[in-house]
Design a protein around this ligand. Structure first.
Ligand SMILES: C[S@@+](CC[C@H](N)C(=O)[O-])C[C@H]1O[C@@H](n2cnc3c(N)ncnc32)[C@H](O)[C@@H]1O
Length: 422
């Protein structure tokens, strides 16, 4: 539609009924034929909203009033919910949130993947609050918190209901420093290790001097294990430890580790069980991070090869193999697409756990040529996962898709897909 001919304009106040929820959890309404997304509304609700943004094919609105409320609506207990962009589904009950996530995966699989498989029910998280073991905060003058979704507007948060208590406690200590110092800190990342209740703090500052904040953190954060200042380890050995599936994993600041501490065991348990491994299998763990899957499966198979692009994560992975007495794994540092093309061995089973953007077409083409008999594709982005499954679908059959709620109260969902060679 040509912009000038749009039948609605910015600041128009409209009334409509929500007909569905879109991929990121906003309510979808129609106004004069235009699709409008209104966050924090639910299917069946009659709402009044203001148009805030008009694009070529759709518009966005901000809720003013719910005229008729959904029976699935609940009151959010988070005081920051209306401003902060971190959670998007705190206003809907947990059962409906799981249904939304299953449907979101099903829609991606059918529409983008063009695959005819019924997605399983979502496995719920053991914890719906206080589950995140990592958070990154923005800092502006004496404020520390998160940006409003899609903006650079900072919401000053004293705590966050998603975070493990140890992270919120550390945030309180850092907030005090920020309030009392004319500081140059721009960003702070806090990680909590469950193995020994350790805190890692990674500070980015425009100041080159670390002494003041370092001394303060050492005196005030009781379970502090390590500080990274502008990319350099300035206190401790640079990592914290996580226990998962009975093994210990060192994890440094730049290395990926699953953020929902209450569900890590379950995620790997499901993925590994579905792979139906045998003692003679040679396994490829593509996008292996700190070597979690590699080390966990190592005792059930002949050999594992892990590939990961972040060198700190590969250093962690090698260390993790050593501390867990694993001797049949080999980790390669490099880009997945480049490194798999160099593998000469016959691979029986492949685990693929890419970042949100999914896999490259070239990597998929190489895997199709390698033709391992079984593939387990783990993903936190149903859209790129569905696209990749479509590319794989002439060689691999999708047997099962198991969504797992690694991110309660948000629109996000993890999936384990089980594929076998046709
Ligand atoms: C979702 S994480 C999975 C990590 C690991 N499987 C786990 O469960 O902890 C994705 C990993 O892929 C790595 N990665 C991103 N792009 C990559 C690439 N082009 N080649 C290899 N690894 C990559 C990231 O550094 C990250 O460790």
């Amino acid at each position: 539609m040509v912009m000038g001919l749009m039948p609605i304009k910015i600041d128009d106040v409209c009334e409509a009924e929500v007909i569905s929820l879109e991929n990121e959890g906003s309510g979808v309404c129609k106004v004069k034929g235009i699709t409008v997304f209104v966050p924090k509304t639910l299917v069946g609700e009659k709402i009044r909203f203001r148009i805030t943004e008009i694009k070529k094919n759709f518009a966005r609105g901000k809720l003013i009033e719910i005229q008729e409320s959904s029976p699935d609506r609940i009151v959010s207990k988070c005081p920051y919910y209306n401003e902060c962009g971190g959670c998007d589904l705190r206003h809907q009950n947990d059962i409906k949130n799981l249904e939304f996530k299953r449907q979101k995966v099903q829609t991606a699989i059918s529409k983008i993947g063009k695959i005819n498989v019924k997605v399983n029910d979502v496995l719920p998280s053991f914890k719906n609050e206080n589950y995140r073991n990592k958070a990154s905060f923005k800092v502006e003058e004496d404020k520390i918190g998160f940006y409003v979704n899609g903006t650079y507007q900072l919401v000053d948060v004293k705590y966050c209901m998603l975070l493990e208590k140890e992270i919120s406690d550390t945030l309180t200590v850092i907030r005090e420093y920020i309030k009392n110092n004319n500081n140059s800190i721009k960003q702070v990342t806090i990680k909590h290790g469950n193995a020994m209740n350790e805190i890692l703090i990674d500070v980015y500052s425009t100041d080159k001097q670390d002494e003041k904040i370092k001394t303060y953190l050492i005196s005030n954060v009781s379970n502090l294990k390590t500080i990274i200042f502008n990319g350099k380890v300035v206190y401790g050995n640079g990592y914290i430890s996580q226990i998962s599936n009975g093994l210990m994993f060192n994890c440094s600041s730049n290395s990926f580790f699953q953020v929902n501490g209450s569900m890590v065991d379950k995620l790997y348990e499901v993925a590994i069980k579905e792979a139906k491994l045998s003692k003679s299998d040679v396994v490829l763990d593509l996008y292996c991070g700190t070597g979690t899957i590699s080390c966990i499966v190592s005792s059930c198979v002949k050999k594992v090869i892990g590939i990961e692009i972040v060198d700190d994560a590969v250093i962690d992975a090698n260390c993790n193999a050593r501390i867990n007495n694993v001797s049949n794994v080999k980790f390669i540092c490099g880009d997945a697409t480049k490194e798999i093309s160099k593998i000469k061995e016959k691979i029986d089973v492949i685990f693929v756990d890419p970042p949100r953007k999914g896999m490259s077409r070239d990597a998929i083409a190489i895997i199709k040529k390698m033709a391992p008999k079984k593939m387990v594709y783990i993903s936190c982005n149903p859209v790129t996962m569905a696209r990749d499954l479509n590319y794989l679908s002439n060689v691999y059959e999708v047997k099962k898709i198991i969504p797992i709620d690694m991110f309660p109260n948000t629109n996000h969902v993890e999936c384990v897909c089980v594929l076998s060679l046709r």
